[in-house]
Design a protein around this ligand. Structure first.
Ligand SMILES: [Zn+2]
Length: 243
């Protein structure tokens, strides 16, 4: 059976986002792009194109700080400046904002329990929503399923990729692809939320990781389709099956 997969890509828009949008358009794949405010000011037109082609844009802070070390005022500033841009980009694109999603850089929101709580309340006050992806079975994801910052269930580790002209680019890509090939088929069934990165130095390599996911029987679903999925039926344990 195909593995339902929601692709989420962080740190957008990069100078390669248009090329990546074209690649996804040809494969009929729609994803969630978590955008940085500073990158949105550089390349708003890529974000506008993504919206018009049916993708979802999320907030990934202004310039990617560690939120565990930020004051609450600075955290709010990071979120609000990026939100203001995202709002404007939706308006210009003529696409209504149907989802308000957020992902912390490095998923580093925690700090103390109080800080984590205060950040969650800050996101709630701004109308951010939990992912609502009930079909994910990965236990780490499940533990954080109610968080208003969207976690992932599988990391492509494409952030380890080297610049395409670096001497170790090819063996590094090989390692990333081999890991996917080894690990992904062993994963429990259920929706997979894959995280990758819109980094400008991974020319061509980014596409190779997506193609490998397809080779491994991943079926990419849109956020809307992913949210409509129900958890796979669990076989009752022997004890539960007793009368
Ligand atoms: Zn990031």
């Amino acid at each position: 059976m195909k593995r339902k997969t929601l692709l989420t890509i962080d740190d957008s828009p990069s100078p390669l986002m248009d090329q990546r949008l074209e690649f996804l358009r040809q494969l009929d794949i729609r994803i969630v792009w978590f955008c940085r405010g500073d990158n949105l000011t550089e390349r708003p037109e890529s974000a506008i194109r993504a919206l018009r082609e049916g993708h979802i844009l999320g907030n990934h802070s202004w310039d990617h700080p560690y939120f565990s070390t930020l004051s609450l005022a600075d955290a709010a500033d990071q979120i609000d400046r990026t939100e203001a841009l995202l709002e404007r980009i939706h308006l210009v694109a003529g696409v209504p904002r149907t989802v308000r999603c957020f992902r912390f850089p490095y998923e580093d929101q925690i700090g103390s329990a109080e800080h984590h709580q205060a950040l969650q309340e800050m996101l709630a006050a701004r109308g951010f929503e939990a992912s609502g992806l009930r079909a994910v079975t990965d236990p780490r994801f499940r533990r954080r399923a109610k968080d208003l910052s969207w976690f992932w269930s599988y990391d492509l580790e494409d952030w380890t990729l080297r610049s395409s002209d670096a001497p170790d680019a090819a063996p590094t890509l090989q390692r990333v692809l081999e890991r996917l090939t080894r690990e992904l088929p062993q994963r429990p069934s259920g929706l997979e939320v894959v995280v990758g990165h819109d980094h400008a130095h991974t020319v061509g390599q980014w596409e190779a990781t997506i193609l490998r996911l397809l080779d491994l029987d991943c079926e990419f679903v849109s956020l809307e389709e992913a949210r409509a999925l129900t958890p796979p039926a669990r076989k009752p344990s022997l004890v539960e099956a007793l009368p």
